[in-house]
Design a protein around this ligand. Structure first.
Ligand code: ASP
Length: 326
């Protein structure tokens, strides 16, 4: 007789088998580790990876490669979630967050940076030229200007129009502290070079129409990005508050250290995010990861998450497995 309990048991087993089949398909990607290799979140990762590949294919370092990829996305005015052309906060300010981490475990970050087109490059200089890890706001901008960066108006007409439309459609948004949790497509990049060294970068204009001063996961080492040259590298995209609560990218790397494949580690980290965020059904969070051998994986809460891969066989876009099915 089928009791409710064993029916649920069967349903769980079927769900687990389906999830395993998806992961198995994902692990098939992992069977042929390659290096050098670069992996980036979302479709705009395809052109960004090309920029990284120019560095990696000519014997360059993973650190130079991830910076080149970040710059490509940041300087593209059509990419409305990163750098120039990024959507502003609810008061109309474009504020950028970025971080970078190298194989020696060193890292740098900037948050709430304004009028500077390439925040990941500023983050790299924070790492290389200061005794600190993170600079924010005015101090970050002063540091960038003192190091040869120039001011740019990052609010493009297209982003301004979207913001004005959003304000008109949400007249009470400021008073009611509404924000938008949908438009958020950070680029996170992880790479392994031909010497086997790992690096990563993560750069974003953050959640569209956020409160002024809000900083997400992307510049937070361990949340938006983590690299451990002995193990692997991971980066996150999606609602930053949820990623921070789980220290997501660090978790992915630690799970790989314990023996999980990149795909398994991303899935387990997504489960942790789900467990820590009761409103997870309303959220998108995705992780991508790369291990020391050059195996890759990705996993997201919601369907629709894509990531771009570039190795010696060329560039391609992968659709990530997700907790919620299509
Ligand atoms: N994680 C970013 C943030 O919360 C947004 C995104 O991934 O698009 O700022």
């Amino acid at each position: 007789m089928t009791t409710r309990r064993n029916f649920l048991g069967t349903a769980v087993a079927v769900a687990a088998a389906t999830a395993d089949a998806t992961l198995f398909a994902q692990d098939a990607i992992n069977e042929k580790p390659m290096r050098p290799l670069v992996l980036s979140t979302w479709r705009h990762g395809v052109p960004a990876n090309k920029a990284a590949w120019q560095v990696l294919s000519t014997g360059g370092t993973a650190l130079d490669a991830v910076e080149a990829a970040a710059r490509d996305s940041e300087s593209d005015p059509d990419n409305m979630s990163v750098g120039l052309g990024g959507r502003p906060d609810r008061d109309g300010n474009v504020t950028l967050d970025a971080c970078i981490m190298g194989p020696d475990g060193n890292c740098g970050a900037v948050a709430c940076l304004t009028e500077i087109e390439n925040p990941a490059s500023v983050a790299r200089l924070v790492m290389e030229r200061t005794p600190h890890v993170m600079l924010v706001g005015e101090g970050a901008q002063e540091f960038a200007l003192a190091n040869g960066f120039t001011r740019t108006n990052l609010l493009t007409p297209k982003a301004r129009n979207e913001w004005e439309k959003w304000k008109a459609d949400h007249p009470d948004a400021v008073r009611e502290r509404q924000v938008n949790v949908e438009n958020h497509d950070t680029i996170g990049i992880v790479a392994v070079d031909s010497a086997g060294d790992l690096a990563g970068a993560c750069t974003t204009s953050g959640m569209a129409w956020k409160m002024h001063g809000r900083v997400g996961d992307s510049p937070i080492i361990g949340a938006g990005l983590y690299v451990d040259n002995e193990v692997g590298a991971a980066t996150a995209t999606g609602v930053g508050e949820a990623v921070i609560r789980a220290v997501g990218s660090f978790l992915v790397v630690e799970l790989m250290r314990q023996g999980r494949s990149p795909a398994e580690a991303c899935r387990e980290a997504v489960e942790r995010v789900v467990a820590k965020n009761p409103d997870w059904k309303e959220l998108q969070v995705g992780f991508i990861a790369l291990d020391k051998a050059g195996r890759i994986g990705g996993y997201a809460i919601q369907p629709g998450f894509e990531y771009a891969v570039h190795d010696a066989t060329g560039g391609r876009l992968e659709t990530s497995a997700s907790r919620v099915s299509q």
